[in-house]
Write a protein that binds this ligand. Structure first.
Ligand SMILES: [Zn+2]
Length: 334
């Protein structure tokens, strides 16, 4: 966290002082480094609350288009196949290589992300939690919808009482409950959210955004998108047993192979931050023939001879274009 704050601080200084172009010049060639971008949703922000929702809206459509245009003109966007070729030692990546990845299979991928990426010749990877394909709702969206639409001015929960009179108060309630739930064992977290949300508002049509269905995912795959597993039910894998984690991978991979076919040996950890990843899980993924596992530690990846092949990803949330550019050129993997 301190490291991230320091990076943000340096980015602000660089942006404000005009040092940005100089730093970009110094890091003109990233060599054997690969920048992997991790997006979730690309959508208009209809309220301050939704803009900050669980860090889920990575960019507006306009920002995303500017970012893809920059990648196409100043970098070398690569495909998942290119990265696998480099990892296997078959063919090195070009300098300034960037891979675009998107998590969770929201409708935004079909409606906004893929058409824009395609326009710039970019082939994104979509990591799909297969239990939610064609329906279902992630717990954080259910919680968000419930708190947004709650008719109460006060919400009483097992964590205490939260006032809900203003958007800021609702944000605090959402953040506090979501942060607590995320750290619980997965089954308990789901049950806690369901119980709380059932108390606030029944399941109804407000449970948007929806996810893509298998027919749409097949069409996207045929059009050039790469689909890969992101577990079946999207648990934080360090919060479940190793055998359950293996089952999550196998179910997700099996469904993708059955419904879409020929899935590449890639995987993205749900959440993906340090607390959601460990060596035991990485070895399990390797034993299941996964060749690259993507995390979320906000640094550049390196092609390396490494058993675990963990590739960190950069999170381009709410970045100005100069900050986005700097992020791609100035960070080195640890
Ligand atoms: Zn995810």
């Amino acid at each position: 966290m301190i490291k991230r704050r320091a990076k943000d601080f340096l980015l602000n200084i660089a942006e404000q002082s005009g040092a940005l172009r100089f730093v970009q010049y110094l890091h003109h060639d990233v060599g054997n480094h690969l920048a992997v971008l991790a997006y979730h949703r690309v959508a208009e922000s209809d309220s301050p609350l939704s803009r900050r929702l669980y860090d889920l809206v990575s960019a507006t459509p306009r920002q995303f288009e500017e970012q893809m245009s920059l990648l196409a003109t100043c970098f070398n966007p690569v495909s998942a196949e290119d990265v696998l070729d480099a990892v296997r030692g078959d063919k090195p990546l070009p300098s300034q290589a960037v891979l675009v990845t998107v998590d969770d299979g929201y409708r935004d991928f079909k409606d906004v992300i893929f058409p824009i990426a395609q326009k710039y010749g970019i082939r994104p990877v979509l990591f799909v939690p297969t239990a939610y394909v064609g329906g279902g709702i992630f717990w954080w969206d259910r919680l968000y919808n419930a708190i947004t639409h709650a008719k109460y001015v006060q919400l009483d929960t097992w964590l205490g009482s939260f006032p809900l009179k203003t958007a800021e108060q609702r944000q605090i309630a959402f953040d506090t409950i979501a942060n607590y739930v995320r750290m619980q064992p997965f089954e308990k977290a789901l049950a806690d959210v369901e119980n709380l949300c059932d108390d606030i508002t029944p399941k109804d049509s407000r449970s948007t955004p929806f996810t893509l269905d298998w027919g749409e995912l097949r069409d996207l795959s045929k059009a050039g998108a790469t689909l890969a597993p992101h577990t079946h039910t999207h648990p934080i894998m360090t919060h479940i047993s190793l055998e359950k984690a293996r089952e999550e991978l196998r179910t997700s991979l099996g469904l993708l192979n059955q419904e879409v076919g020929d899935v590449l040996p890639l995987f993205a950890y749900p959440d993906g931050r340090d607390h959601a990843v460990n060596d035991e899980l990485a070895l399990m993924l390797k034993s299941e023939n996964i060749e690259i596992a993507f995390t979320m530690s906000d640094s550049l990846s390196r092609i390396k001879n490494d058993n675990l092949q963990l590739f960190p990803r950069l999170t381009p949330y709410s970045e100005s274009l100069p900050r986005f550019h700097l992020k791609l050129t100035s960070f080195r993997s640890a």
